[in-house]
Design a protein around this ligand. Structure first.
Ligand code: ATR
Length: 281
């Protein structure tokens, strides 16, 4: 029997948790497949993608720095890929077309909803800190899928403006951009605060923000999951806000990729969470 293959493609790629996650599920569901690392130099990227099918891959994840390059190469793009301008998952459909999608918006939303089942996205505006790749997924999910108004605050204002320019009008939610020094003030009246920057991650500076103006009813989500309880989440929790940590976004984006490749929605549970945290160094 031919062993099915999947992998994560990036450069560098060894830091990725995806192989651990997917191999955990492959073993749990007794699927004869393996998920590896495909560290690929920029000059080899296109060739590697175009030879995936012939090399026996059911699909791949794409990580830094190739999510935008992958978008250009695939045969067809999902709405999530188009909304974010990035592809993190490639799979082949029944006719053999190379499909590109982005499972990060789904991962973000499912993480929130799995923790706060009745969260009302449209009850107020969302403040998104950051304007990198992760912010694109979060803003697309909010503005397009949840019709939520968003304020993006980023140190480099231009990058937030770029997201606004690309996504405004794609969904019912409106996008505003604020300056970095307005990050405390824009929290007034917000219903959701999401940190998409690397600030607060182990080895990185903390996110310097005052939550004084944030309503106590707002939900606070950090997509940083190392540490699982960031200082932002700790401070938010101490003043009475509901908080959702970032590990679930990683797990749920993987869940949807796995479903595209293997036809099963694998379970996200505490055993998996603990396994990933224990082996994540
Ligand atoms: P990802 O694709 O994971 O979102 P990224 O594209 O490198 O990562 O984006 C990192 C985000 O963290 C950016 O919004 C970045 O702000 P800039 O666009 O101004 O670079 C933000 N960030 C990183 N270090 C920061 C710092 N010291 N202060 C403020 N923002 C920071």
């Amino acid at each position: 029997m031919i062993l099915k293959k999947a992998a994560v493609i990036g450069y560098p790629v060894k830091h990725s948790s995806s192989p651990k996650l997917h191999n955990f599920w492959l073993k749990s569901y007794n699927i004869k497949a393996e998920y590896g690392f495909l560290e690929t130099k920029p000059e080899d990227f296109e060739k590697t993608i175009l030879s995936l099918k012939d090399s026996g891959y059911v699909g791949v994840n794409i990580t830094v720095p190739y999510k935008e390059n992958a978008f250009d190469i695939v045969d067809m793009r999902s709405e999530a890929a188009i909304n974010t301008g990035a592809v993190n998952t490639i799979y082949f459909d029944e006719t053999g077309n190379m499909q590109g999608t982005n499972t990060d918006p789904y991962g973000f939303l499912r993480n929130i909803v799995s923790s706060q089942e009745n969260f009302e996205f449209k009850a107020g505006k969302a403040v998104v800190i950051g304007a990198g790749g992760a912010a694109r997924a979060v803003v697309a999910a909010l503005v397009v899928d949840k019709a939520t108004d968003v304020i993006i605050v980023n140190r480099t204002r231009e990058k937030a403006e770029d997201i606004k320019k690309q996504m405004q009008g794609l969904g019912a939610g409106k996008i505003e951009v604020a300056n970095w020094n307005e990050r405390n003030d824009v929290l007034e009246g917000a219903n959701l605060l999401v940190n998409t920057t690397t600030l607060g991650m182990e080895g990185q500076p903390l996110l310097d923000i005052s939550l004084n103006k944030l309503p106590k009813s707002a939900l606070v989500n950090d997509i940083v999951y190392k540490p699982r309880e960031t200082q932002l989440l700790r401070n938010a929790g101490l003043r009475g806000n509901q908080v959702v940590d970032g590990l679930g976004m990683l797990l749920y984006q993987a869940q949807l990729s796995f479903k595209f490749w293997f036809g099963i929605e694998p379970e996200v549970n505490d055993i998996l969470r603990e396994y990933i945290l224990a082996t994540n160094n």
